[in-house]
Write a protein that binds this ligand. Structure first.
Ligand code: NAG
Ligand code: NAG
Length: 371
């Protein structure tokens, strides 16, 4: 999950360096960051300065992406398990005179920021506990994944045992960003909200002063990230860059003579509806990544229209993947490639070709792989 996200985060730092995460500079720490007596004792991990250029930002952004995995391991942290940089660790080298007992919990973002957290907080802490669970959140077990359910309890147990003065959750929007389930209209009826609330109450009853929840991470449009540098050099307004993140897609479609349709599949928009509007009768390549909409949207389409190749990202449990693969196989598709998506623990990219198109694409069929 690391590098894509960091690309965006780092560039944002460059655009407005005050947006960086500096938990130990929060008001309750009574720290004035501009006062010379409070000047940092450490250089900034990200090396961001006020006078850096866009080229500096791009170079550093690249460096962060390339070295992401390496930077996640904090040399100051004593790791318990073997899945370094995940699991639990305690930062070393703290002074007993440090004022606070701190805990940092969350998904892999905690590891991403571990060294920075140490740099920012070590001089104020007598203890720093860190718990990082890959793809799993402390406030709700992400996608109800069994490992995340175990981690969810683990977070609670550790905070209960630790009883920190301050705790920080570094979190994301997996599951907790989901819309209300069907038929639910209020938070009181929403099971995700109820679970989050219950867990939060457990946390705060074991935290002396305050729990901070930091979910202010930008949700970046990955291809657009590579344009930010150029746009900044062209003196484009950063707010406008932010708003226009989606324009490059539109431009590309226009150049390809394509049409852009927007809507939720299949409730507001059906794939066959787009076909009708395009005036075409068959599809050579169908590329589809619709966040679970494939379960309801794909079959009606391939039933109705001839499609030669499908490239689809399937989202969900292994059983859901198999179910979808079997559905697609019913329409004489054969699988020819599978790729993991390193940024999504429940996703896989599958490529299929229809038996009818094998000759056209010079394909030699091997075995039937999907039962
Ligand atoms: C920051 O600068 C130091 C010293 O030049 C260097 O060792 C480190 O790798 C740099 N870190 C990043 C993230 O660029
Ligand atoms: C999350 O679960 C994994 C697998 O059981 C474990 O190795 C890891 O230590 C747990 N992480 C946290 C922060 O509890």
């Amino acid at each position: 999950m690391g590098s894509t996200i960091l690309i965006g985060v780092l560039l944002l730092f460059a655009v407005c360096s005050h947006a960086s995460i500096t938990p130990c500079r929060l008001p309750s720490f009574e720290l004035n960051p501009t006062s010379p007596t409070n000047a940092k004792q450490f250089p900034r991990l990200d090396n961001v300065t006020d006078d850096m250029t866009v080229d500096d930002a791009e170079r550093m952004n690249r460096d962060w992406s390339v070295n992401d995995a390496k930077y996640m391991v904090a040399s100051t942290c004593q790791y318990e398990g073997e899945r370094i940089p995940y699991g639990w660790c305690r930062h070393k080298g703290l002074k007993a005179s440090g004022k606070y007992k701190l805990a940092f919990i969350g998904n892999s973002y905690v590891s991403n920021h571990a060294t920075m957290l140490y740099q920012e907080c070590a001089d104020k802490a007598n203890s720093m506990l860190q718990g990082s669970a890959y793809g799993c959140e402390p406030l709700y077990p992400s996608d109800k994944d069994p490992e995340c359910i175990a981690n969810f309890t683990d977070f609670e147990v550790h905070i209960r045992d630790e009883k920190p003065d301050y705790a920080f959750i570094l979190t994301r929007y997996i599951s907790i960003g989901d819309p209300f389930p069907a038929g639910v209209t209020t938070f009181d009826e929403d099971p995700i909200y109820q679970t989050m609330k219950e867990q939060m109450l457990k946390f705060i009853s074991n935290i002396k002063y305050k729990l901070y929840i930091m979910d202010a991470f930008p949700r970046v449009n990955q291809p657009m990230v590579h344009q930010i540098g150029r746009l900044m050099k062209e003196k484009e307004d950063p707010v406008k860059i932010d708003k226009e993140q989606r324009h490059p897609t539109k431009d590309k479609y226009t150049k390809m003579n394509g049409k852009l349709f927007a809507g939720k599949i299949p409730d507001q928009l059906q794939i066959s509806e787009m076909m009708k509007k395009s005036g075409k009768k068959s599809v050579e390549l169908l590329k589809i990544d619709i966040e679970g909409g494939e379960f309801t949207g794909l079959e009606p389409f391939i039933k109705e229209y001839p499609v030669c190749q499908i490239f689809v990202e399937i989202h969900g449990t292994p059983a859901k993947h198999l179910e979808m693969l079997q559905t697609i196989a019913k329409y004489k598709f054969r699988i020819f490639n599978v790729d993991l998506n390193p940024f999504c623990r429940h996703c896989c990219e599958y490529s299929f070709i229809n038996e009818k198109c094998m000759e056209q694409f010079d394909v030699t069929p091997l075995d039937i792989m999907i039962p």
